[in-house]
Design a protein around this ligand. Structure first.
Ligand SMILES: [Fe+2]
Length: 237
């Protein structure tokens, strides 16, 4: 497995730009966080049963078509490093949002978030890897997993769009109160991450900030295979 030290440090990301994109659109695309070799390595883990605590075949639950696997503890070092390193800058954004919405804030440290999760019986790790083949898709959903949900999550594209697969767009739908829903489509390239809200985000209205809910999914893959690494920060019940 890759060593965590081969990851770019999070301070190399432009967090003011990411925060501005999240505030404006609810979604932010980063520069590549993983190298092509690291992406290929994560894909190669997909069939290693010993790495996972649970596997979901989406058609069995009417979630879509495709499958995803939740990593078991201890997480692979690369996954653990991504989760640990991106947490603090995202917690800053989450805490600003929480203040705008009059909600409780979040710890500045991931281990402390997990202590809070454990107190609510949320012990199981939530990072996962997803595989969609031709015809694969994912219905619009949210990844809540329990009472405590850290408000931001991200995915990393592990394949090259239009080379490894066609179709399979990352779809986001924002539901503003008393307005029609707004669809957004993102096309992360190999190794790029998309950061987005788990549940809702603040949007300034005439009378202060309001909660705007977001759901995410994947449109149908036409050809090839599409793999994604998903990092959710709260643990699952
Ligand atoms: Fe999801």
């Amino acid at each position: 497995m890759s060593t965590a030290t081969s990851l770019p440090p999070p301070e190399l990301l432009d967090w003011s730009e990411i925060a501005a994109d999240l505030d404006a659109d609810g979604v932010a695309l980063t520069r590549p966080l993983l190298t092509p070799a690291q992406c290929a390595e994560v894909i190669s883990w997909f069939d290693r049963d010993e790495l996972y605590r649970s596997t979901i075949v989406m058609a069995r639950h009417s979630f879509g078509e495709g499958s995803y696997r939740y990593f078991a503890d201890p997480l692979p070092p690369l996954v653990q490093a991504l989760r640990t390193r991106l947490y603090p800058p995202l917690a800053q954004i989450a805490n600003r949002w929480a203040a705008q919405l009059g909600e409780d804030g979040y710890p500045t440290d991931l281990a402390e978030l997990h202590e809070r999760c454990a107190a609510l019986d949320q012990h199981r790790p939530t990072p996962l890897v997803l595989r969609y083949g031709p015809g694969g898709y994912n219905c619009l959903h949210q990844d809540l997993y329990g009472e405590l949900a850290f408000p931001l999550q991200f995915l990393i594209m592990l394949n090259t769009p239009d080379e490894d697969f066609t179709g399979g767009e990352s779809v986001f739908v924002e539901q503003r109160p008393r307005q029609q829903s707004r669809p957004m489509v993102l096309r992360p390239g190999l190794g790029q991450a998309v950061i987005f809200p788990v549940n809702h985000r603040p949007v300034r209205g005439a009378r202060g900030y309001r909660r705007v809910a977001l759901r995410h999914g994947v449109s149908a893959v036409h050809t090839g295979n599409r793999h994604v690494l998903g990092i959710i920060f709260h643990n699952a019940r």
